[in-house]
Design a protein around this ligand. Structure first.
Ligand code: GDP
Length: 203
């Protein structure tokens, strides 16, 4: 699988601003600072596509990136949207903002008919926090397919990372859950994630 393009398309804060052209959507969500921008940049190999931000909680829009894949053995190029949702669980955002955030994210997640799966990013250095657990349960309850990605795996030794992944499954309450380890620094997990996207595109 080869990425043939990756470009910022548009941002939305309400339904009317979703892209007119419908394409399969792969959604990325996680707490602020979890490494979401870095992962999007590493996945598409476009530096600063999703700006690696130093101000957590600042991006409050749904950002659409148009990405193209050339799948091995296929002549066709497949275009999809990578959808970057604002980070959750940032204390400084405040209660009122959080409510607005939740409403507009929920609206998107419940109404977009193009979502293939939601990548929920969780930092491998910590146990999933309450906000992670709540988000995970909400996604599952609402029937959205979730791929949990453990980010920044390069920060732990291999054995510590394995242990922590087992912990994450336990804390999320799904012992048989598949968690994808990812390091944007080392591009670990990149080809696995692209394969998952490709598989779901050719289905
Ligand atoms: P976002 O707020 O979720 O978009 O997170 P960013 O992508 O801006 O990353 C937050 C911080 O974590 C930055 O300082 C990144 O350099 C760092 N970071 C992100 N991904 C990785 C990774 O895979 N490995 C390491 N070591 N650091 C990372």
């Amino acid at each position: 699988v080869v990425v043939t393009k990756g470009a910022y398309l548009t941002s939305a804060v309400k339904k009317e601003q979703y892209p007119e052209v419908k394409r399969p959507e792969f959604v990325f969500i996680g707490r602020s600072n979890v490494g979401k921008s870095s992962l999007i940049n590493s996945l598409t190999r476009v530096t600063n596509l999703a700006r690696v931000s130093r101000q957590p909680g600042k991006t409050q829009t749904i950002n659409y990136f148009e990405v193209g894949l050339k799948i091995d053995g296929s002549e066709e190029r497949t275009d999809f949207y990578l959808v970057d949702l604002p980070g959750y669980g940032y204390a400084k955002t405040g209660k009122e903002n959080r409510k607005i955030w939740k409403k507009f994210i929920d609206e998107y997640l419940l109404n977009s008919e193009s979502i293939q799966f939601v990548c929920q990013l969780i930092d491998i250095r910590h146990d999933p926090m309450q906000s992670d657990i709540d988000m995970f349960r909400w996604l599952v309850t609402n029937g959205l397919p979730v791929l949990v990605i453990a980010t920044k795996t390069d920060k732990l030794s291999r054995s510590a990372a394995q242990k922590q992944i087992a912990r994450m499954k336990q804390v999320l309450g799904v012992p048989e859950l598949d968690i994808l380890p990812y390091s944007s620094l080392k591009n670990e997990g990149r080809s696995e994630l692209l394969d998952s996207i490709a598989t779901s595109l050719i289905k």
